[in-house]
Design a protein around this ligand. Structure first.
Ligand code: PGA
Length: 530
């Protein structure tokens, strides 16, 4: 199941309408299944708008509605027949003879159900079915039960549903106690299904739909057996705690976010085998699941990710189906993404650039990495987008990079490169403070910056060159992506203004250049928001 979380009800309605319009554009004689209730009203009004502005044509479309109260007169304002004509059919050009709802006026409900099934079959089957979800997980009027009925049938409404629907009637007693509804198989036979959920009162139903076991006591979970279901929900319906995990070479970080606030942070050691890493993550997730109402898990990991499978160099993952394994072991909805992407998402959601739309995060460590955020979303491609450490800044006699190129930015601007350059320069001037700071044949970041601080000209020259290389890359990123801000993270950024000030002088144009305030926490925070 694909889950699309929208900012609000309006966005949810518009995005769902686009899917329906696309279906009708691709197949003009589509058979559409519609639902009633308050949730799809925005969707129907958007379809009406799209029709009136000639964006979509329903003249060849056939429709089947999920359900109808029984018994009820079509003229009754509470009938679903009335609802559909008022909210949708009167606003689009679907032909009257192509509209179908179970007939609440039928004398023999059993016969009506058989007839309805035959009509659907005769139409060639439903191409796209729209569903709402009841607070108790019902779809159509398939109420929670130990046995679900496969085909269209007459059913008794639960007290729960009668109560929920009584808001449309004068009183509880006026709500019909029975209904005709498509069965679970009728619904699952649709080629494509979209399900809409809006508002905090759907939170539990949505959480169970996403994370619960397939169970007739929650009929919506049956949708998990279907290969093409998309859940559109707004943030309110989706809320619940989000767990973010950031897998690093030495530590695995965890962050739980509830109502946009970080409510838990911790880290554990990264084990040395795939099996041990997975079991330590699983154990932690299961214990957090008990303490927090976790709905989703996002995992950031180094390496390449293809269809949830991870292959990394500094972590023992080789085509590891991380997404499926953690989801199976914890019973939660899990998404996996590249760690640099997660950190960039963390920066735009929680960092100093949360007011921006587009940013590029540059992480400077053993290598140079980063993530690109466009329109507040991770910019992705199928081909490893965001390897910003590997664009070439030195065309002639460029330094050899293990990636196969020469002159990659990473070879000049990683912390490793800086310290290598510093060591080389120090060895050339044995009188220098920098040379004096060498310990056991190597230089640490602290030792290097200590020499800069003490006014060592050798160290200063290395630092000036470094800043120049850094500026070259940043200027290129600005030219390519035109971000609102560039955020720098990693050990070297501890230098703060000493790094920013000279760097800003070399930046072309008006750019917000910032040092990450989240640093190593950005990955887990962003993973939670995936
Ligand atoms: P609602 O009902 O859209 O009015 O919340 C949905 C349903 O019960 O299926």
């Amino acid at each position: 199941m694909k889950v699309i979380v929208c900012e609000n009800y309006d966005e949810m309605s518009k995005r769902a309408a686009k899917i329906i319009a696309a279906q009708v554009t691709i197949k003009s004689d589509s058979v559409l299944g519609f639902a009633t209730g308050s949730t799809p009203i925005g969707l129907y009004s958007e379809l009406g708008r799209m029709y009136s502005e000639e964006e979509v044509d329903f003249s060849e479309v056939t429709t089947f509605n999920l359900d109808e109260y029984y018994p009820i007169k079509k003229s009754n304002e509470q009938s679903y027949d009335y609802f559909m004509r008022k909210n949708l059919f009167s606003k689009i050009n679907v032909k009257d003879e192509n509209i179908h709802l179970p007939n609440g006026e039928a004398e023999d409900p059993q016969k009506e159900c058989e007839f309805y099934e035959k009509m659907i079959e005769k139409s060639g089957g439903i191409d796209l079915q729209v569903l709402g979800i009841g607070r108790n997980g019902h779809i159509g009027f398939n109420e929670p039960n130990s046995v679900l009925v496969p085909s269209t049938h007459l059913t008794k409404l639960t007290e729960n549903t009668i109560k929920a629907n009584s808001r449309f009637f004068d009183s509880f007693d006026d709500v019909p106690k029975q209904a005709l509804t498509m069965g679970i198989s009728t619904i699952l036979n649709a080629k494509k299904i979209i399900i809409l959920a809006s508002g905090a009162n759907k939170r539990k139903a949505v959480a169970e739909l996403i994370n619960g076991e397939i169970n007739p006591k929650n009929p919506a979970t049956m949708l998990k057996t279907h290969h093409d279901v998309t859940l559109f929900c707004d943030k309110e319906a989706f809320a619940g705690a989000k767990l973010g995990i950031d897998i690093g070479g030495t530590a695995i970080k965890f962050a739980v976010i509830n109502n946009n606030e970080v409510v838990y942070k911790d880290s554990i050691k990264t084990e040395d085998t795939e099996e041990k890493i997975i079991s330590s993550i699983t154990e932690k997730v299961i214990s957090l699941k008990k303490d927090y109402e976790i709905t989703t898990v996002g995992i950031g990991t180094p390496g390449r990710i293809k269809e949830g499978k991870v292959t990394a160099t500094n972590i023992p993952f080789k085509n590891t189906a991380l997404q499926d394994i953690i989801s199976e072991k914890t019973g939660l909805y899990v998404v996996v993404d590249n760690d640099a992407n997660c950190a960039a998402l963390g920066e735009i959601e929680f960092g100093s650039t949360k007011d921006c739309e587009n940013i590029v995060l540059v992480t400077i460590g053993t290598g140079v990495g980063g993530g690109i955020i466009m329109n507040r979303q991770i910019a992705r491609s199928n081909n490893n987008m965001g390897e910003i450490g590997h664009f070439v800044i030195q065309a002639k006699n460029g330094r050899i990079c293990p990636c196969g190129q020469k002159g990659c930015w990473e070879q000049y601007c990683s912390m490793t490169a800086l310290l290598k350059d510093a060591l080389k320069a120090a060895k050339k001037d044995k009188e220098s403070i920098l040379y004096n700071n060498i310990e056991d044949g190597s230089l640490t970041g602290e030792a290097f910056f200590d020499a800069v601080q003490k006014g060592c000209p050798v160290a200063q020259k290395v630092f000036d060159d470094y800043i120049r290389y850094l500026a070259m890359g940043i200027n290129s990123l600005v030219n390519i992506f035109g971000p609102d801000a560039i955020v720098l993270a990693g050990g070297v950024t501890k230098q703060g203004e000493k790094l920013l000030e000279p760097l800003k002088k070399l930046i072309v144009g008006d750019l917000r250049l910032e040092i990450s305030t989240l640093q190593n926490d950005a990955g887990a925070l962003g993973a939670a928001m995936l």
